[in-house]
Design a protein around this ligand. Structure first.
Ligand code: SD4
Length: 331
């Protein structure tokens, strides 16, 4: 088992300052956008611009999600995403608002903006989730441009991986990646939440999933209650990290349920991370899972298994800040 007491003490020590910073009351300048990882900064700014130009929260989170999706240097979202172990870039995305409107795509191919495909599922189908070939066909039929997603750089990384990691389509091969799950190759899913001045909330999540995943593998990101969840008058939560660990506890549904029961966004994120640690013990050693939550009054919370999870907040004034998340373990 992890040495919970030692790691916990260290992790909390690191985290206390970050938690204090994130939870600082800012009624005069409340948080409007919150998103995962350092590149959340650019996504937040796009979301904020869309909101201030008159967009609704759904428009804003979609605009934010499109930023890393279009970035060829981002290897875990959209265009520049690393492929599965067969060399196909497959994307997962979901969008949701507080009225229970939700649309998602999983394992979609040949389309850069999976988040827009997800929104089309929400707005133009009776369904909440389309997968694989059906999702791709739907997006193209709706007029989304077809794109070749495997960039030369991503293809090289895949070919290098094939040389060193014997190709065997077995579960848990992610543990033999050049970096562990949750490392630079594997994280950077964008989860983004927007809270408008009238309190309406929406969220989006977009990813290419774990690098070199098995063909057909779908993580937490496009599943409502896993990659994200939104509830009116309660708030929203998004996740990033090893999706299997989030999915098995319906992580963001759990975070929002805790907030509904009265926990702060920070306490709710901590509860979910601790639950994963208690449930999984050694199995999650070295893995990263991070939750980010936005309460109905604009309070933000974040918590992760190990250090390294960061998030960006943008306030009503337009000021954007990056914060390190607190973590349960010190490493
Ligand atoms: C997945 N949760 O597909 C995503 C990947 C991710 O940080 O967030 N990595 O499992």
């Amino acid at each position: 088992m992890h040495d919970l007491s030692r790691r916990g003490a260290l992790g909390l020590g690191l985290g206390a300052a970050a938690a204090a910073a994130s939870a600082a009351p800012a009624a005069a300048d409340p948080v409007v956008v919150a998103s995962t990882w350092d590149f959340g900064r650019a996504a937040n700014q796009a979301a904020f611009a869309r909101l201030t130009a008159g967009g609704n929260p759904l428009d804003a989170v979609e605009a934010g999600a499109k930023v890393p999706e279009a970035d060829p240097d981002n290897h875990s979202v959209g265009y520049g995403g690393y492929p599965d172990r067969d060399g196909h870039v497959t994307l997962d995305a979901i969008i949701m608002d507080e009225d229970g409107r939700v649309g998602a795509v999983a394992a979609i191919e040949d389309v850069v903006h999976a988040i827009s495909a997800a929104r089309l599922v929400m707005e133009r189908t009776p369904h909440t989730l389309l997968v694989g070939e059906g999702a791709t066909r739907f997006a193209l039929e709706q007029g989304m441009p077809r794109a070749k997603l495997l960039t030369p750089e991503a293809e090289k990384a895949w070919r290098d991986w094939l040389k060193t990691a014997r190709y065997q389509p077995i579960a848990n091969i992610e543990n033999r990646l050049p970096g562990p799950p949750g490392s630079a190759l594997n994280h950077d899913t964008l989860g983004i939440m927007v809270r408008a001045a009238d309190g309406r909330i929406a969220a989006a999540c977009t990813t290419s999933g774990m690098a070199f995943k098995m063909r057909g593998r779908v993580g937490d990101s496009p599943q409502a209650g896993c990659g994200l969840f939104v509830e009116k008058r309660v708030g929203a939560a998004v996740s990033s990290g090893v999706g299997e660990e989030v999915t098995r506890i319906a992580g963001t549904s759990r975070v929002v349920a805790s907030m509904r029961a009265g926990l702060s966004p920070q306490a709710a994120c901590e509860e979910a991370v601790r639950h994963i640690a208690a449930l999984r013990g050694e199995a999650i050693k070295g893995m990263q899972v991070g939750f980010l939550a936005l309460g109905a009054t604009g309070e933000v919370g974040a918590y992760a298994l190990v250090p390294g999870f960061t998030y960006a907040v943008t306030r009503r004034s337009g000021a954007t800040e990056l914060h390190p998340s607190a973590s349960l373990f010190a490493s």
